[in-house]
Design a protein around this ligand. Structure first.
Ligand code: HXC
Length: 508
C-alpha cells in the first residue's frame, strides 16, 4: 500500500515538473510563469483540482514513442474564483512547446464538455507552438474538435481566453471564438501567418509584436479586449472580470454585498454638461458615478474609444454599460464603435446581464472611408443587437441624440424598457444649424442664425420626445443612479421573448 502511495506521489511530482527544470527556467527567463503557477494565481488558493494528469500522447513517429511527458502539454481541471466554479486549461510551454496533440486536444474538450454540462465558464490560458508537428493531421483534427465546442458553448457558458505566449496559425481561431481575450504585453502574440511567411509572400518586414502583439490587437484589430503588463496582472484582471459574469445562460447575474447606497445622489452630475454644446465632457465620470463604488471594468478601452463598453454593478448586481464618449470623435458612431458595442450588447443579452446605455451621439461619421468600408452593414450590427436584446434595457440620454443614431442607441422604439433623458438632452433629426441650412436654403447669414435659434428653442430639449412618450421621464442628472437602481429592481422579472427561429441573420 505505502509503495503504491509513494509511486503515485512520484508520478504526481514528475507531472508537476512538466518539461523539466531547464525548460521551467527558460520560461521564467522570458518573464513568463509556468502553466501551474498561472493557475495558482488565477484560482482561489488550494481550489484547483487537476484531472487527466497522466494523459500521454499516442504518437509513434519521429521518435515520439520514446518521449512521453505526463499531461502532454496542458494542465486541465476546475477550481473556484472568489468561491465560484470555473473550468480551466493551461497550456504548458515547457512540454513540447505547449503544442497541441490529439490527446492534448481531448483534455481541453473534456473540460469544455464538463463545463457545458454543469453550467460553468471556461478560462483558457494559451501558450503554445501550435499544432504538434510530429502528429500532423491528428493535431488538426484536435483543433477542429475544440473549435466545434467553442461554437456550441458560445452563448451557453462564458468563455475567456488569456493569451500568454505564442498563439499562431489556425490555433488563433479557438480564442477568437471565445467571448473575451486578454493578452500579455511583449510576451504574447496572435497571427494567422508569422513575420517570416509575411516577408516571403508580401515582402513586408514586420516584427511579431507589430504583426500580432497585445498592443496591435487592443488598438487596431479589436481581436483582444485587454492588454496586460505581465502574466500576474493578466491573471488578477481575469479574476476581477470573472466576478461580473454569470456562470451560464441559465444562471442569474452574480450579486455581491455593497456599501454604496442605491439612492446616492450625485450633485456634481448637474453641472457636468458644458454650456457650449460643442464642448466635450468625460462620459467615464457619468458611468463611475452611477455604478457601485465607481467600480467599472472597461473592455477594449483603446479601440474605438468613441464608445465605452464594460461591466459595473448596481445594488451589487452586474450590469453591462454602453456609452457614447464625447471626448473621442464627439461620440460619433462609426464602423469600429458599432461593431465593438454590438458584440458587447449580444454578450450581455446572451447571459441575462441588463444593459444601461448612456447616449451622447451626434450621428454617424460621414466620409468615403466609412461608406466604402460598409458603415451601412456594420452600423446595422448595433441596431440589430439592441433590437433583438430582451434583457432589461435602461437608456439615459445626457445630451445629443441625433438622427438614426438616436434610434440605434437603445431607443424606446427598440423596446427600451426605461428611457430617461436629462434636462440637457437634445433629441432631433440633426443639429440645429445643419437642419436650418437644409430647410431654409436661401436665407442669408442673419436669417440662418435666427432660424437656428428658433430650431434650437423648439428641438434642443427632451420635451418634444417626452410629449410623444418616446422618453419615459426627464430626470435630474443627480438622481441617475437612484433611477437606474429603481428601474433595475422593477425589471428583475422582465419577461420578453423573440419569435421562434433557428437563429437570426445579423448582418456580418
Ligand atoms: C512540436 C514544438 C512545436 C510544435 C515548439 N515545439 N513548437 N514541438 N510541435 N508545433 C518544441 C520545440 O521543439 C522545443 O522543444 C520546445 O517546443 C520549445 O520551442 P523553442 O523553439 O525552443 O522555443 P522558442 O524559441 O521560444 O520558440 C517558440 C516558437 C517556435 C516560436 C513557438 O517553437 C516555433 O516556431 N514553433 C513552431 C511553430 C509552428 O510552426 N507550429 C505549427 C503551426 S501550424 P525542446 O525539446 O527543444 O524544448 C498550426 C496549425 C494549426 O499550428 C491549425 C489549426 C486549425
Amino acid at each position: 500500500m505505502s509503495a503504491n502511495i509513494a509511486e503515485t506521489e512520484r508520478r504526481r511530482e514528475a507531472a508537476r515538473m512538466g518539461g523539466g527544470q531547464k525548460r521551467i527556467d527558460a520560461q521564467h527567463a522570458k518573464g513568463k510563469l509556468t502553466a501551474r503557477e498561472r493557475l495558482e494565481i488565477l484560482l482561489d488558493e488550494g481550489s484547483f483540482e487537476e484531472i487527466d494528469t497522466y494523459v500521454e500522447h499516442n504518437c509513434v513517429d519521429f521518435g515520439m514513442d520514446e518521449n512521453h511527458i505526463p499531461g502532454d502539454g496542458v494542465v486541465t481541471g476546475s477550481g473556484t474564483i472568489n468561491g465560484r466554479l470555473v473550468y480551466v486549461f493551461s497550456q504548458d510551454f515547457t512540454v513540447f512547446g505547449g503544442s497541441l496533440s490529439e490527446r492534448h486536444a481531448e483534455k481541453i474538450c473534456k473540460v469544455m464538455d464538463t463545463a457545458m454540462k454543469l453550467g460553468a465558464p471556461v478560462i483558457g490560458l494559451n501558450d503554445s507552438g501550435g499544432a504538434r508537428i510530429q502528429e500532423g493531421v491528428a493535431s488538426l483534427g484536435g483543433y477542429a474538435e475544440v473549435f466545434q465546442r467553442n461554437v456550441l458553448a458560445s452563448g451557453v457558458i462564458p468563455q475567456l481566453s488569456l493569451i500568454m505566449g505564442p498563439c499562431a496559425g489556425g490555433a488563433v481561431y479557438s480564442p477568437a471564438m471565445t467571448d473575451f481575450i486578454f493578452m500579455v504585453e511583449d510576451s504574447s502574440y496572435m497571427f494567422v501567418t508569422g513575420p517570416d511567411v509575411v516577408k516571403t509572400v508580401t515582402n513586408e518586414v514586420v516584427t511579431q509584436e507589430e504583426l500580432g502583439g497585445a498592443s496591435t490587437h487592443t488598438t487596431k484589430t479589436s481581436v483582444a479586449d485587454l492588454a496586460c503588463e505581465n502574466d500576474i496582472v493578466a491573471l488578477l484582471q481575469a479574476r476581477d472580470f470573472f466576478d461580473f459574469l454569470p456562470l451560464s445562460n441559465r444562471d442569474e447575474v452574480p450579486e455581491r454585498p455593497t456599501n454604496d447606497p442605491w439612492d446616492r445622489l450625485e450633485e456634481s452630475l448637474d453641472t457636468i454638461i458644458p454650456d457650449n454644446a460643442n464642448q466635450p465632457y468625460d462620459m467615464h465620470e457619468v458611468i463611475r458615478k452611477t455604478v457601485d463604488e465607481g467600480d467599472f471594468f472597461e473592455v477594449q478601452p483603446r479601440h474605438a474609444a468613441n464608445i465605452i463598453c464594460g461591466f459595473g454593478r448596481v445594488e451589487g448586481r452586474s450590469v453591462g454599460i454602453v456609452a457614447n464618449q464625447p471626448m473621442v470623435l464627439a461620440g460619433v458612431l462609426d464602423i469600429n464603435s458599432a461593431k465593438k458595442a454590438a458584440r458587447f450588447v449580444r454578450f450581455c443579452d446572451a447571459f441575462n446581464i441588463p444593459i444601461i446605455t448612456f447616449v451622447e451621439v451626434p450621428g454617424f461619421l460621414p466620409g468615403t472611408a466609412q461608406e466604402h468600408n460598409g458603415i451601412i452593414k456594420h452600423g446595422a450590427k448595433l441596431l440589430f443587437a439592441y433590437a433583438e436584446a430582451t434583457v432589461p434595457k435602461i437608456t439615459v440620454i445626457t445630451r445629443k441624440a441625433y438622427g438614426g443614431a438616436y434610434d440605434v442607441m437603445a431607443s424606446k422604439h427598440l423596446r427600451g424598457d426605461l428611457n430617461y433623458a436629462w434636462p440637457t438632452a437634445e433629441i432631433a433629426v440633426m443639429g440645429a444649424k445643419g437642419a436650418v441650412e437644409i430647410i431654409f436654403r436661401n436665407l442669408d447669414e442673419e436669417g440662418i442664425a435666427q432660424k437656428t435659434k428658433e430650431y434650437e428653442d423648439r428641438f434642443a430639449n427632451p420635451f418634444v420626445a417626452a410629449s410623444k412618450g418616446f422618453i419615459d421621464e426627464v430626470i435630474m442628472p443627480h438622481s441617475t443612479r437612484r433611477r437606474v437602481a429603481l428601474g433595475l429592481r422593477k425589471l428583475r422579472n422582465k419577461e420578453l421573448a423573440n419569435p421562434w427561429k433557428k437563429h437570426d441573420n445579423i448582418p456580418l
